[in-house]
Design a protein around this ligand. Sequence first.
Ligand code: ZN
Length: 149
Amino acid sequence: MAMLKNIAASRSETLRKILLDEKKNILNRLRFTDCGGTSSETRMGFEKMQDNADRSVEELLKHVDVRITSTRAEVLDLIEVALARLDEGTYGICDECGCEIPEERLHVLPFVSRCVHCQEAADRLKKIRNEADRETGSTPPEETPLTEG
Ligand SMILES: [Zn+2]
């Protein structure tokens, strides 16, 4: 346990830096949201990622997807939570199954609170819920009411 603690200590220093960096980035970008539209930065990053992605395109696309679908304010929240958990010593532990989230994943998405498997399951659940919402709720039925005649 003592050895594990040492590793965790140096690891958390690196990750804290990443989190604070990310936070700064988001705060900077939030200042420019008035301009509107998709930032070219996102697209450039995307292309750069594709460049060296022949190994695990899917994995990288997943990361990009999360970045785009999560609003910046949401991410900012997650970063705050992650920083708090870093202080508590529970950072990097999956919320769902309690396993250790691979450091590689934390470097790409320092604010995640789930491992890949649990995140996938959660995403799938979200998608299913969204689809169910669309089918039962917001879309009006195809049949036209009996008003003509
Ligand atoms: Zn998990």
